[in-house]
Write a protein that binds this ligand. Sequence first.
Ligand SMILES: *Cc1c(COP(=O)(O)O)cnc(C)c1O
Length: 347
Amino acid sequence: MVVRGIDLRSDTVTLPTDAMRAAMAGAPVGDDQFGEDPSVNALQDEVAALLGKEAALWLPSGTMANQVALRTLTQPGDEVVVGTETHAVWHEAGASARNNGVQLREIGEGGLFDAGQLAEAIKPRGHLLFPPTTLVEVENTHNRAGGVVWDAATTAAVCAVARDRDVASYLDGARLWNAAAADGRPEADLAAPFDLVGVALSKGLGAPAGSLLAGTREVVGRAGRQRRMLGGAMRQVGILAAAGSHAVTHHRARLADDHANARLVGEALAGLPGVRLDLDTLRTNIVVFHLAADAPDAATVVARAKEQGVLVLAFAARTVRAVTHLDVSRADCATAAEVLCAAVASR
Ligand SMILES: *Cc1c(COP(=O)(O)O)cnc(C)c1O
């Protein structure tokens, strides 16, 4: 019997707050396809400034941001180098192949790779047999690897190799806000080495929808055309942009609370026999843990937790994900930790 749900399935389950709804209701709007939506323009300017880029473009979803980035920076037949278990490989329904005709090549481990691994992976242009590598994509924080944060020196070195070899660079920073909070650095520092950067408003920031792509005016202009082609160009979308501006202004500083709450859950689980969880990489709001062969499997843990009112996701047969966010308190997370530990411990 579910008494009260503590929903840790994703940071996308957050609901708009009353203050956010008020900001949306009062938002000045216009036709964004004429560039006349003041709320969209304001959000694009704010996010471009935060990311240290010339311009930014609003998009309805992070998947569309990733797909528009590919369309902007690659040609069909190209190869795109990504980390292991990257969003584009696992969570975009095959869109990179279907929409953009690119092939994704995973390198490194745990969602991370270094400049040397990229240099080895890049295939030259103009070869009779090879698909040309034209783009490298970094996911920071990395979702499936457990909210892992990239080291800023590593991303700088990766992008330097890319530039040197005439390969474009894209940062899937759906949770770049979390990386910045964990690293104690401005988002602009983490975005600086990349040609194009995507960020999401609908994850830990708690807005109902929206992502942005940021880069030079030239690249963002081309992305705007690709957004139109994919059907993502909208009209009085300032109602959603206002939610995004509210989230960027009011919900960024509190991400550290989500990170502390995730630690609480992770530290409780990491001590259990049958659980594999790397506390060194648990620095943000995502707890991914693996279950040994003699522990219950992911579906069992998810079902048992649900009976106790705690919702988490089975990420693979023996992998579970729990994500903290602004709609769960520290007390909720303490309860969830107890429930998950009990679900793992009983046979
Ligand atoms: C959530 C997410 C996206 C975008 O997903 P949407 O559900 O389309 O908004 C992109 N990249 C990463 C790493 C994500 O976690």
